[in-house]
Design a protein around this ligand. Structure first.
Ligand code: ADP
Ligand code: ZN
Length: 215
């Protein structure tokens, strides 16, 4: 690669950040780091952090800043991050973004994937996740090749508790209040790029790659 990419993906819950993060990760050969996935794994294995985070996640609230900042600080030390990385779901608040600055992390691109609230609500009902390996699918837009089993590991697919419609509403409110101000934060640094989320996954991917100069 010509230069390293240290990318932040912004966007409402269900906007498709995770899916695009995986595509970029494969194309640019850099890790996609999802705080949501790290937290869900901690919940599944029952660590202390997981137990603390569980009550927040399940009601659609954000996990406290100091917890996720600690997760990211540790994760970015790993060897695989030295040539770049994609942050999916971090930062989600201005204090988290300030913490990244304080760690001396130099972000090269910030991409916001924009999808209307209405479309998010209708999409979330179809999301399915593999509890075993973390792969995510959508019954219509990104179905598992193995039906109601995971196409990667063959385990049963499940619906996340926080994809319940009432919880989705509170997550959208949290997004508008706490995360959307980050668009201004990064626009002021000249880093913000906007991608309109498309009906078809691959169309969004094409716009995302174009915005990042990947192909
Ligand atoms: P989505 O992108 O669909 O919102 P995530 O997997 O990114 O799903 O996040 C799920 C949940 O994990 C969030 O609703 C929140 O409770 C918690 N979480 C993830 N990242 C952060 C973060 N940076 N700060 C606070 N809470 C977080
Ligand atoms: Zn799986």
């Amino acid at each position: 690669m010509k230069h390293s990419v240290r990318l932040i993906l912004l966007g409402a819950p269900g906007a498709g950040k995770g899916t695009q993060a995986e595509k970029i990760s494969a194309a640019a050969n850099i890790p996609a780091i999802s705080t949501g996935a790290i937290i869900r794994e901690a919940i599944a294995t029952g660590t202390e952090m997981g137990t603390l985070a569980k009550s927040y996640i399940e009601r659609g609230a954000l996990v406290p800043d100091e917890v996720v900042i600690g997760i990211i600080r540790d994760r970015l030390q790993a060897d695989d991050c030295k040539d770049g990385f994609i942050l999916d779901g971090f930062p989600r608040t201005v204090p988290q973004a300030e913490a990244l600055d304080q760690m001396g992390v130099e972000i090269t691109d910030v991409l916001s994937i924009e999808v209307s609230d209405e479309r998010i609500v209708s999409r979330m009902g179809g999301r399915r996740v593999c509890k075993a390996c973390g792969a995510t699918y959508h019954v219509e837009s990104n179905p598992s090749p193995a039906g109601d089993k995971c196409g990667i590991c063959g385990e049963d697919l499940t619906i996340r508790k926080d994809d319940d419609p009432a919880v989705v509403q509170s997550r959208l409110t949290v997004y508008h209040e706490q995360t959307e101000p980050l668009k201004d934060f990064y626009a002021k640094k000249g880093l913000l790029k906007i991608v309109e989320g498309q009906e078809k996954l691959e169309d969004t991917t094409a716009l995302t790659f174009a915005a990042l100069g990947l192909n």
